[in-house]
Ligand binder design. Structure first.
Ligand SMILES: O=C[C@H](O)[C@H](O)COP(=O)(O)O
Ligand SMILES: C=C(OP(=O)(O)O)C(=O)O
Length: 363
């Protein structure tokens, strides 16, 4: 993706209202969005970056196949609400990545969609102005632009894909994808995962059910015929090949952690029984940290100890981290720089300390 990136002019996007007695959905007010092909043309990927992303994907896949014993760490803000703060974070992470690269492969969370328990702000792609106006054309452009800038810094990009329609806008930039706890059981997300070129981590369900994520891996490994939109926005029957690069993410459930050795042993046994990859990721946040960001370090150190004790299936970790610790209410007029507006995160100093500690222990 070449700088300087252009931002789509959304102010002039026409609003159309379709009304028909035949279909209740057509009563809705709609705003046209660019097609994936149009957005990609505005914010293109150049050959050099495409090749770097292919290398990032292969580095991640090698860890997942057990061919590289470095630790994969997906780390970054819970959500992106301020691309400039996210870029500042990416610059720090890229520098740290160089320091720890013999032991760790850091991948930055660039999460532009948020699944919500009930209702709430749904992320940069949906509402980039944080004011409920839902300027999705601008949100898509900012999301693609930021992912390109992060990748330009040499960092692999991770995101959760919640809306399958968004995949063709962003998937060429992604090196790792999460299917979240609330969507792991969804057939549409499993079909989507079967069609992605990047590795996909399936999280256990919010209930703590791990089997649904193992079932998801099995489903995603298969080829599927699925309903999709092509890059020109046309509905198509898309034939997927099946994704061999999937893995389980343990994130705890119902407020109870599932990162301890007994859970990991049970999960790897279940993965083996299902003929799936036994190498997995522990998400140090969410229910594993009992929703207390300060507990992430405890989880990470426990997982490192398990690995040092010989559990080579623990190949990856996830941390929710931002420039500054904690979280803040989403009040656009009073936002503190580099503080999460969704889940609380650890701050940069703790992140740097944890990654350096991990590198020392793994050396
Ligand atoms: O990681 C993010 C949140 O845990 C998830 O999006 C749910 O958020 P909510 O419970 O605040 O809606
Ligand atoms: C929403 C997330 O996680 P989970 O699906 O585990 O709740 C996340 O990682 O941002």
């Amino acid at each position: 993706m070449n700088a300087p990136a252009k931002t789509l002019d959304t102010a002039t996007t026409p609003k159309t209202t379709c009304q028909s007695a035949a279909s209740p959905i057509s009563d809705a007010s709609t705003v046209p969005l660019p097609t994936p092909a149009e957005l990609r043309a505005t914010l293109p990927l150049d050959a050099a970056l495409t090749s770097n992303i292919a290398e990032h994907r292969e580095a991640i896949n090698r860890i997942l196949r057990g061919e590289d014993d470095r630790l994969l760490v997906v780390v970054g803000p819970c959500s992106i609400h301020d691309p400039s703060a996210a870029l500042e974070y990416a610059e720090r992470l890229a520098a740290l990545s160089d320091e720890v690269s013999e032991q760790i492969v850091p991948v930055m969370r660039v999460y532009v969609e948020k699944p919500r328990t009930t209702v709430g702000w749904k992320g940069l792609a949906y509402d980039p102005d944080l004011n409920g106006n839902g300027d999705m054309a601008k949100g898509l452009a900012l999301s693609r632009e930021l992912m390109g800038q992060v990748a330009q810094l040499g960092l692999p990009v991770a995101t959760e894909i919640l809306q399958p329609m968004l995949a063709p806008y962003l998937d060429d930039l992604l090196s790792w994808v999460a299917i979240g706890a609330r969507t792991t059981e969804s057939q549409l997300h499993r079909e989507l995962a079967s069609d992605l070129s990047a590795a996909v981590g399936f999280k256990n369900a919010t209930s703590g059910d791990v089997q649904v994520a193992i079932d998801a891996m099995q489903a995603a490994a298969h080829p599927h015929q699925r309903f999709a939109l092509d890059t020109h926005g046309r509905p198509v029957m898309q034939q997927s090949e099946g994704n061999p690069h999937t893995h389980l993410v343990l994130r705890g459930g119902h407020g109870e952690p599932n990162y301890q050795a007994s859970h990991v042993r049970a999960a790897t046994a279940a993965l083996r029984d299902a003929g799936q990859n036994p190498r997995l990721m522990v998400d140090c946040s969410h229910a594993n940290a009992r929703k207390d960001h300060r507990r992430q370090s405890e989880v990470m150190l426990d997982v490192l100890a398990q690995r040092q004790a010989g559990d080579n299936n623990l190949v990856a970790l996830m941390l929710e981290s931002y420039l500054h610790e904690g979280k803040q209410p989403l009040k656009p007029s009073a936002l503190r720089h580099g503080v999460s507006v969704t889940d609380a995160c650890i701050g940069w100093d703790s992140t740097e300390h944890l990654l350096k500690t991990a590198a020392e222990r793994l050396a």
